[in-house]
Design a protein around this ligand. Structure first.
Ligand SMILES: N[C@@H](CCC(=O)N[C@@H](CS)C(=O)NCC(=O)O)C(=O)O
Length: 207
């Protein structure tokens, strides 16, 4: 049986749960990570030396890195609309997924941790302002892309890129900050909210 190790409060675990949901793939979940089982235990480190969630386990096949897991799951179905086989469409989806992990993720850290996790408890005002500028700048790039496609991140269809960026956008929407008004981005967020899976993995409780 496919097993997903990780707590549902983790944005990276929720990417994988949402992908399973869209792909209708059954799984068992074991809650590891902050507030649950400690991923620094040797038993978990043997699966992922980073001590991070999520981890996918299918028999003796082990995979960590949330976006790689999402791709692997989509690949279990030939030519899934979430991750079409065409090389250029795939490269476009990969590009936005890599951008989410490599660029967007580093832009939200200071502001989100300060405002939503109280870490640090007395944040530096200049760092907060700079963090907010960087986060808004990155989301502005997504907004520009959505104004261009008029629908989803890579075009007319919902793909894996919308799962990973949809959760990131939800985090930005839920965090107290000065948000510029970008109509295409707001329409996109409304479109995502119509999906039943969005309500399960990007709800109020989990920014
Ligand atoms: N690049 C990794 C990052 C994983 C990550 O940062 N996981 C966080 C939760 S979102 C974690 O394991 N935190 C430690 C914990 O919960 O104990 C991925 O995308 O899978």
């Amino acid at each position: 049986m496919r097993k997903i190790l990780g707590r549902s409060s983790s944005i990276n675990v929720r990417k994988v749960l949402w992908a399973c949901d869209e792909l209708q793939l059954p799984y068992q979940q074991e809650s590891w990570g902050a507030g649950h089982r400690d991923p620094q235990q040797p038993e978990f480190l043997a699966l992922n030396p980073n001590g991070m969630v999520p981890v996918l386990q299918e028999g003796d096949f082990i995979l960590w890195e949330s976006n790689a897991i999402c791709r692997y799951l989509a690949n279990s179905q030939p030519d899934s609309p979430l991750y079409p086989a065409d090389a250029r469409r795939r490269a476009d989806i990969d590009r936005w997924m890599d951008w989410q992990l490599g660029d967007l993720n580093s832009a939200w850290r200071y502001v989100f941790n300060a405002r939503m996790r109280n870490t640090p408890p007395n944040p530096n005002a200049a760092q907060l302002a700079e963090g907010e500028r960087q986060w808004n700048h990155a989301i502005g790039i997504l907004a520009q892309q959505l104004a261009h496609t008029g629908a989803y991140v890579t075009g007319a269809h919902f793909t894996l890129a919308d799962i990973v960026l949809g959760l990131s956008l939800h985090r930005w929407m839920m965090t107290p900050l000065q948000r510029p008004h970008w109509p295409a981005l707001e329409h996109y967020y409304d479109r995502l909210r119509e999906r039943p899976a969005f309500a399960r993995y990007a709800c109020q409780q989990w920014p």
